[in-house]
Design a binder for this molecule. Sequence first.
Ligand code: FUL
Length: 497
Amino acid sequence: MKRLVFFAGVLLLLLNTGCNKQKSYIEKEIIFNEKLTPEQKIKLAAYLVPTKQQYEWQRLELTAFVHFGINTFTGKEWGDRTEDPDLFNPTNFNAEQWVDALKDGGFKMIILTVKHHDGFCLWPTKTTTHSVASSSWRDGAGDVVRELKNACDKHDMKFGIYLSPRDRNAESYGDSIKYNEMFAQQLNELLTNYGDVHEVWFDGANRETSNSNKQRYDWKTFIHVIDSLQPSAVKAIMGDDIRWVGKEKGLGRETEWSVTPLRPETNEDAIAENKRLEISETAKDLGSRKLIEKANSIYWYPSEVDVSIRPSWFYHPEEDSKVKSLEELVNIYYQSVGMNSVLLLNVPADTCGLIHELDVARLKDFGQYIEKTFADNKIKEANSQWKAKNGSFKEYEIKTGETINTILLQEDILKGQRVEVFKIEVLLNEKWTKIAEGTTIGYKRLLRFDDVTPEKIRITIIETRFSANIKEVGAYYAAPITNDTITKELNHIEKES
Ligand code: FUL
């Protein structure tokens, strides 16, 4: 992966002397020279951009988890080390059904829990017998990873893996060197034998609190294995490409900076620096001017919002009545994708090895709702790119008589994330009225307000770190979601025989 680490002083010189006619953007990280002033640090922050891999990932917008494994068959959320592999016995496993259902929902990548904390592996690994190979599913010759990957390839769906660092089954867990070798070997198998892998997800819940033998992970080696075997993959959570938003509720931050001093806590320096700055993934402020001024380095480290379509991560039949409603899913969409994040929605597979029909129906509905809402931009001339300084504004004519209740804004993040404050006004009967305001925009910001039928809208960039590159402005009408619609959908679901 191409990663440029600039000594920030040099870049500033280029910016200030105008040598950079071609513009010098910096990918992924900037280590500040000690002599920089606060203003210079902020100016540099405006030039930090994602890597190609991070940008491609951000553009997916909708990604999905499938939690599936031994817990599916025991009813637990966290297994221990004791589960009999033979419990794993999906009666009708069909990976294509998963892909179809998630595609209908508009999802562009599936991340499978190839190993959760219980240590059971969904592929026939050579590193342990605690895997599908020891079950009677497909007479011990099954491979969930292979079947899902094939289905993803067939239907043009990206594929990722959740490989839990924490492993309650591995004998070597806590014997750090030995376990790290096993983990690297597992990565090796997964990243060598299955073609392209687009995301590797290392869970942050990786400490065994009751274990006196504390596992010390060799993150550096793991990252090296990924970078050498799958250079296009992004590394999430305990990886340095994608940041956990800090909650599992499907809610991003109002102010969501992809440019942040926060680092994954995979080495002592990162831990010490996060501590000095008093920040963690759950902090409210991860990118303000005040924070950047105190920082020694900054990173393009965008947020991923993970949440389950059901209360739990794994499938439990008693939660069939608790699948999130269309309204809840749409709210989650606005609060994740609409708040400069990528949504990672978990849809578990059941004991048949299928995504339950209730979830399938809900996904379909969600996909259709989002597609329909954003298919029809009510702005007359939608080609809307512009450059904005503090106080710049642009007006857009709305198609005659059209009602709107949603505005979409996008910055061209290939030129940095810069906007700090903006407002939106509508022209009604020759009078401008403010209907929404916000702080960050980033890759995408969605704002909702009551129905209005204006002649024009006006977007004002009130404050920006450097001239902002507004890439897209859209005005849409999101139809109300009535209980009626939902009941109708539920009645349409054929009952399992
Ligand atoms: C957490 C895990 O402990 C949960 O079981 C789940 O996998 C979630 C996505 O991450 O940290």
